[in-house]
Design a protein around this ligand. Structure first.
Ligand code: SF4
Length: 364
């Protein structure tokens, strides 16, 4: 298939769904680990189209949502330091920390600027040599290479006022952490398309080998997702878990080698704090010592008060797949996209925002 319309072909979708209905007998739970997939699954009504023995769960795939309150508090504390300009992607600015948000800090006088890329942040650093410009680096393996590239560019341009607060996270270790907690029994995983475009298929192999869980890397169109579910059902019914790349037009099995090298040159793997899960070893990316002069954590004294979660918010449980937004007492009442209480309602890829926009998906 060549054109995007072909990945939205209703006839092909019906055929694949019929095949799934015929083959799928066991009650199974599938989890998608990507916020983009969550949105696509709800937008195209995939949950309603699948037979009732297949339950779909959403995992910790929204980068804004998984950023833990203490890390948000650090970003807000940085914004209060004189002569610091905070640059960040838009969603992050609205996420409530323990006591405030970057948006609120901006209203109170901090210099917080929304940027669309690290290039914008570098430009702000060049235009403001007497200020320190901190970019809040969030996201998974998808965004980390461009942030790494910005540090190398800063080095090349001899910029002395550009810093990264690295809150980057990597996916396979959090999948392991979710499985090890044992709170949800998952039979199959829809692996994230964009992350897999960087890391390839191999880093997930341990999940098939050690946990006996089926896996399929998927794209974002309806046929992509149905194709991935079809692959998972086949693997589960034949008791043959593997990692199938059903998104070959976007993902090479070996990943994106230049991007991986770039990431590895600037970042080293360390622990990261995940909302609702806590510290997970090997799941974060820290700036290497070689580039310590660009690391905000090493160049500023960041003082924060003890962190706390928004009262009544069950975002952490939603991110672990053990609850759903409609179970939250605040959902659609005090928590809405206009007035979000927790991060899962702020981000367009958050489960709560997705439930709000598209309904609960299947009524189950
Ligand atoms: S609806 Fe709002 S308060 Fe409830 S879990 Fe979602 S983000 Fe948190």
């Amino acid at each position: 298939m060549k054109y995007v319309e072909e990945y939205r072909d209703p006839e092909l979708g019906k055929k694949l769904l019929e095949k799934i209905r015929q083959y799928s007998h066991k009650p199974i739970k599938l989890m998608e680990f990507c916020g983009g997939h969550t949105v696509a699954i709800f937008k195209y009504g995939l949950r309603q189209l699948l037979p009732p023995n297949i339950e779909m769960l959403s995992g910790p795939g929204c980068p804004v949502c998984v950023t833990a309150a203490p890390d948000l508090d650090k970003a807000i504390a940085l914004s209060k330091i004189p002569n610091v300009i905070i640059t960040s992607f838009g969603d992050m600015v609205r996420v409530p920390g323990s006591y405030s948000s970057l948006q609120q800090a901006k209203a109170e006088g901090s210099d917080v600027r929304i940027v669309y890329s690290t290039q914008d942040a570098l430009a702000i650093a060049q235009e403001n040599p007497d200020k320190a410009v901190v970019f809040i680096g969030i996201g998974f393996e998808t965004t980390a290479p461009t942030v790494a590239a910005s540090i190398l560019q800063a080095e090349q341009e001899k910029l002395k006022n550009y810093y990264i607060l690295s809150l980057h996270k990597i996916c396979p270790p959090i999948m392991k952490a979710i499985l090890d907690r044992g709170e949800v029994k998952i039979n199959g995983i829809i692996y994230p398309g964009h992350v897999s475009a960087i890391i390839g298929a191999k880093p997930y192999q341990f999940i098939a080998d050690d946990y006996h869980i089926a896996g399929a890397i998927a794209g974002f169109e309806p046929i992509d997702l149905i194709h991935a579910v079809d692959s998972l059902v086949m693997q589960i019914e034949h008791d043959h878990p593997m990692v199938e790349n059903t998104y070959r037009r976007g993902v090479k099995d070996a990943g994106n080698i230049p991007a991986l090298r770039l990431m590895d040159a600037v970042f080293e793997v360390g622990e990261a704090n995940w909302r609702g899960i806590g510290m997970v070893p090997g799941s974060g990316l820290n700036v290497r010592e070689k580039y310590a002069k660009y690391d905000a954590e090493k160049n500023f004294t960041i003082k924060t008060a003890p962190s706390k979660e928004p009262k009544g918010c069950i975002c952490g449980a939603v991110l672990r797949g053990v609850s759903t937004p409609d179970k939250c007492k605040l959902f659609r009442k005090t928590c809405t996209p206009e007035h979000p209480v927790g991060p899962c309602m702020v981000s367009s890829e958050g489960s709560c925002a997705t439930y709000y926009q598209y309904g609960d998906g299947d009524g189950r």
